[in-house]
Design a protein around this ligand. Structure first.
Ligand code: ADP
Ligand code: MG
Length: 215
């Protein structure tokens, strides 16, 4: 389709993610207060504010440098498990992007999958463990299927965002097997996972940022 993701559109993605997290900060914190330590919204909001400030101070012109900078800042500026996991996600995307100046749809999807694999390896969560993986994995799968079927990146990401939301909703009846929520055992059942909720925002932000990526 000739649609590409470059440093400017990646910056839009990160800014849109930051905006969505800020708008949902209290929701994320409320969800984390039910099955965690009530810091997910605060962690993510504060960390992403630093990420966006850094991008403004030093706007990277190279895709992998931008993704690496975002990952590194998330690692250090977001507290808790989610900082390490989202940091790993972006660092693995950076490695997958390599020297490419811009990413076509399939290369962007490959980078997202590399990010997901990084989260899986670092957190050792599998599908159904009630974590961000339960939103990210169906999104990445839906993106691949849509792109393989000939969809443009914007449309494919809209489908991926729907899949992420469905994955997020599916965490509610799950029993947590990873992270702080797992300490609650059966009492974690009946609550939506905060990390899956922020992960659905991440994919929705991509759908917004890359809706009209120029060819
Ligand atoms: P913490 O649990 O350290 O307070 P946060 O509250 O910021 O960190 O993030 C909690 C979210 O992180 C959870 O809702 C879950 O989605 C995700 N998470 C925690 N541990 C793991 C893990 N091992 N693998 C994948 N995701 C995890
Ligand atoms: Mg927490």
């Amino acid at each position: 389709m000739g649609q590409t993701v470059d440093a400017a559109s990646l910056t839009r993605w990160v800014r849109e993610f930051r905006r969505a997290v800020a708008a949902n900060r209290d929701l994320l914190t409320r969800l984390d207060s039910a099955i965690g330590d009530a810091d997910h919204g605060i962690n993510m909001d504060r960390g992403l504010a630093v990420v966006v400030a850094e991008l403004e101070r030093h706007p990277p012109s190279h895709v992998s440098v931008l993704l690496r900078d975002v990952g590194t800042t998330l690692m250090s500026a977001v507290g808790g498990a989610s900082g390490a996991l989202y940091g790993t996600f972006f660092l693995r995307m950076a490695t997958a992007a390599g020297q490419q100046r811009s990413l076509e749809g399939p290369a962007f999807a490959q980078a997202l999958r590399a990010g997901l694999e990084g989260v899986r390896r670092r957190g050792k969560a599998v599908a159904g463990d009630k974590t961000m993986v339960d939103a990210l994995a169906p999104a990445v799968d839906a993106l691949d299927v849509a792109l393989a079927g000939g969809a443009g990146l914007g449309a494919a990401l809209r489908g991926a965002a729907l899949a992420a939301r469905a994955g997020r909703d599916a965490t509610t009846p799950m029993l947590a097997r990873r992270g702080r929520a797992s300490f609650l055992g059966e009492r974690s059942v009946g609550h939506q996972d905060p990390g899956a909720t922020s992960a659905a925002l991440l994919i929705a932000a991509a759908a917004t940022a890359f809706a009209d990526v120029p060819g």
